[in-house]
Design a protein around this ligand. Structure first.
Ligand SMILES: [Zn+2]
Length: 115
């Protein structure tokens, strides 16, 4: 049981400081959003977009690179291809029911939440 609690905590802490700032910015501009999809790419760039309760996008997809003015050349070329995704998850600012959470994950990321 203790193990489970730890894993859950780790997920919550998975968001990095700069990502958190981005998430806040995206949520501010997305009144329908209940969370933000965070996609980390192998080159260090990130893709993010707000997601609505029904799993539909609630903002445009934002692609950015920490401390850089623009995204890397690779991303400019393939727009952050899903083949290069190293990690993806949804950070909910408004926690949905377990059922909705699953539905949104399936719709957005094509899989069930890991934890
Ligand atoms: Zn990149």
């Amino acid at each position: 049981m203790a193990k489970n609690t730890n894993r859950r905590k780790m997920t919550k802490d998975k968001i990095e400081k700069r990502e958190r700032a981005m998430i806040e910015g995206i949520m501010e501009g997305s009144p329908d959003g209940i969370g933000v999809v965070v996609i980390r790419l192998d080159c260090g760039c990130r893709k993010m977009a707000a997601v609505a309760r029904d799993g539909e996008p609630a903002s445009k997809i934002i692609i950015y690179r920490d401390l850089a003015e623009s995204i890397c050349d690779k991303c400019k070329e393939d727009n952050g291809d899903y083949m290069r995704v190293t990690e993806s998850f949804i950070h909910f600012t408004e926690e949905p029911s377990e059922e909705d959470r699953k539905k949104i994950y399936l719709k957005v990321l094509g899989r069930e939440p890991v934890n």
